[in-house]
Design a protein around this ligand. Sequence first.
Ligand SMILES: Nc1nc2c(c(=O)[nH]1)N[C@H]1C(S)=C(S)[C@@H](COP(=O)(O)O)O[C@H]1N2
Ligand SMILES: [Mo]
Length: 202
Amino acid sequence: MPVTRGFHRRRPEPERGRLPPGQYDTGSSWPVLSAEATPQQAADSWTLTIDGLVASPHTWSWSELHSFPGSTFFGDIHCVTTWSKFDTTFSGVSVDDLLEVAGPTHAAAYVMAHSVTGYTTNLPLADVTGGKAWVVWSFDGEPLPRQHGGPLRLLVPHLYFWKSAKWVSRLELMAEDRPGFWEQNGYHDRGDPWLEQRYQGD
Ligand SMILES: Nc1nc2c(c(=O)[nH]1)N[C@H]1C(S)=C(S)[C@@H](COP(=O)(O)O)O[C@H]1N2
Ligand SMILES: [Mo]
């Protein structure tokens, strides 16, 4: 065996790629995935409620939501059907700002996001706090298109996109976890794309 001497170039640390395992870059396209018909309720009559295990349950009108300091997410989204979309810009309000008003109780540990359509998805409270989740009404500086959840959708970009409920109208804080729509139909309870948590048992 030859002895290697002298200067060794260190191999670079394996970089965490930008695409989670099993995903592809959908480029400029943005697929629409809806289990239900797109609701047509006008934006100016839209409300968002936070209730359940909170000190003060609250319902915000469309204009009240807009009076919060705005918050923008810039980054990537990942759908369980294997497309990822890079460099998206969504604006709205941070879920942290809404929860600060509602005041989750000590028992609150999970959230059920409800859409006006009846769609639901469950999340640990820790996945929608600490600057990780938004309710958004704009995409790329324009009103969020209806088919993509406009006027208001939840955005939880660090989890698979089914957790980002379109047409969101209610965040219900809960002590115990409870499966939402896709979670009852075999999807993973948490859905971390980097751990490839697509289906129950992953
Ligand atoms: N209300 C509602 N929200 C939803 C869904 C849905 O069917 N209904 N589909 C989820 C899934 S599986 C994905 S991948 C994304 C799709 O969002 P898009 O249609 O804007 O790409 O929305 C999520 N939120
Ligand atoms: Mo999805």
